[in-house]
Design a protein around this ligand. Structure first.
Ligand SMILES: Cc1ncc(COP(=O)(O)O)c(C=O)c1O
Length: 465
């Protein structure tokens, strides 16, 4: 599409003209920014390296190196015969995710956020799905209860009471399309009630902040230290709602200290505030005792959010929200007006999986698997990269590797990407200045030998710098 080419020149020439010295780096950054911001849409065809080099007055090799680097990071797709095109971005915070089936795949994909998808209990899910379908009455094939399938809410009330000490009647639970929809629904209600800002942990999941912003709430980052969110800093913001990952902070992996838990609830009571507890991976715990959910300490100040995404897989899109009693009816109404309720069949299947112990069995199996993988990753790091320190290792599906101070974690991440390793930089999750440079490494989906090989490779790549 030759008609695009003048745009490339307009887009990139200022970067080249402003660059002092490394003009290739300037073109690379400008191109990456244009793709990330959407100014260059997915599938847009790029000029050949020869043409672009001519337009910008650069050596062809410089432009080729830029294309190769951005292809390694997943921003571009180079296909023989059809040239270089802009890839569809997968939404990861620091690095793009290559399209499934695309020729460019990561040699080692260590991005956090996914359980072992290969361990999904396919045959058990199929069995409960079939049984659920056989048991659903004709009436239940009509429009669902917007609050959720009663059998699932009943099972969840039992499960969450047992596992997370969340005592609530089934009627208080609202079934959602993942934790994401739970958060969206609450954000929507806060907006309607006149709130325009909401606190989030800094660092935290960038997708979460995006989602809140899409609902009209400005996310305000509140720093997290080794004891979790700084409640003293939260109090200074003047906001009246905060999202916390108190059981296992994402991404730092710290637990909210009991003293802070009480301080946070005191803050909520004093400011008529709401704590949104994102309990996204609390079941994955290896070397420390379970801490009950915050919700169990004050049901009137805490909206509890959970989902199957880290236990089974994100694909079923099943989550739950337990709001304070005063918010329940308006949230059910919002859910009804949004989509008339979640699909009944997967809900009935999950209810059955919970009732028959399949969910617990799967957790027991995967907990063992993840612990072994976590151990393999941590011991490989100690062996090959002893100057890097893994933190937040006692729970969850990822670790944060603290890099020696002075290193630029984005640069390290980029270098690894060019070697085919997806290892997001911690600073990609920061709202303000990151406290230390780090990499966020997910280990759940990778076998022990592959994890060792990945760390060996990371050590080899970073040694070259
Ligand atoms: C902090 C956090 N909360 C929640 C979720 C799960 O979202 P959902 O249940 O919508 O898949 C994730 C998944 O990446 C997450 O990282």
């Amino acid at each position: 599409m030759t008609e695009n080419w003048p745009t490339f020149r307009e887009l990139l020439l200022p970067a080249v003209q402003d660059a002092r010295g490394r003009r290739g780096n300037a073109v690379e950054s400008a191109l990456r920014d244009a793709i990330r911001s959407g100014r260059l849409a997915a599938h847009t065809r790029l000029p050949s390296s020869r043409d672009l080099a001519g337009q910008l007055g650069l050596a062809r090799g410089t432009v080729k190196a830029v294309y190769e680097q951005l292809a390694a990071e997943g921003y571009l797709l180079a296909r023989h015969g059809s040239g270089t095109r802009v890839a569809e971005l997968g939404g990861g915070p620091a690095l793009a995710v290559p399209e499934p089936g695309s020729p460019q795949r990561w040699r080692f994909d260590l991005r956090p956020g996914l359980p072992a998808l290969a361990a999904f209990p396919r045959s058990e899910w199929l069995a409960v799905y079939k049984q659920a379908l056989a048991e659903l009455t004709d009436e239940e094939l009509g429009y669902p209860d917007p609050a959720g399938h009663p059998a699932l809410r009943e099972e969840l009330a039992g499960y969450l009471g047992r596992v997370r000490a969340v005592a609530c009647p089934a009627g208080q639970i609202l079934i959602t399309n993942g934790a994401a929809e739970a958060l969206s629904l609450i954000a929507g209600r806060l907006y309607v009630r006149g709130q325009r800002r909401i606190a989030v942990e800094d660092p935290s999941h960038t997708g979460q902040a995006e989602l809140l912003a899409a609902k009209g709430l400005e996310p305000i980052g509140v720093p997290v230290d080794e004891d979790g969110i700084r409640v003293d800093e939260l109090a200074k913001t003047g906001v009246r709602a905060v999202v916390v990952t108190s059981a296992h902070q994402f991404p730092l992996g710290v637990v909210l200290h009991p003293r802070r838990r009480h301080a946070l609830l005191d803050w909520a009571r004093e400011h008529d505030g709401l704590v949104i507890e994102d309990d996204y991976d609390a079941e994955h715990r290896y070397d420390r005792p379970a801490l009950t959910a915050l919700r169990s300490l004050d049901p009137e100040r805490v909206a509890y959010v959970g989902s199957v995404s880290k236990v089974l897989a994100p694909a079923p899109r099943l989550g739950w929200l337990i709001p304070p009693a005063g918010l329940r009816d308006e949230l059910v109404d919002a859910k009804r007006l949004h989509d008339l309720g979640c699909p009944s069949l997967p809900q009935a299947a999950l209810a059955r999986l919970l009732r028959t112990g399949g969910y617990d069995r799967h957790l027991r199996r995967t907990r063992k698997l993840y612990r072994a993988r976590r151990d393999a990753l941590v011991s490989a790091l100690a062996e090959y990269l002893p100057q890097w320190r893994a933190v937040g290792v006692a729970a969850g599906l990822h670790v944060v590797v603290r890099l020696p101070s002075g290193l630029d974690d984005r640069e390290v991440s980029r270098e690894l990407a060019s070697g085919g390793i997806n290892a997001p930089a911690l600073s990609g999750y920061a709202h303000s200045q990151p406290t230390f440079p780090g990499l966020v490494l997910g280990y759940a989906a990778i076998g022990q030998d592959r994890l060792r090989a990945a760390v060996r490779e990371i050590a080899a790549i970073t040694r070259r710098r």
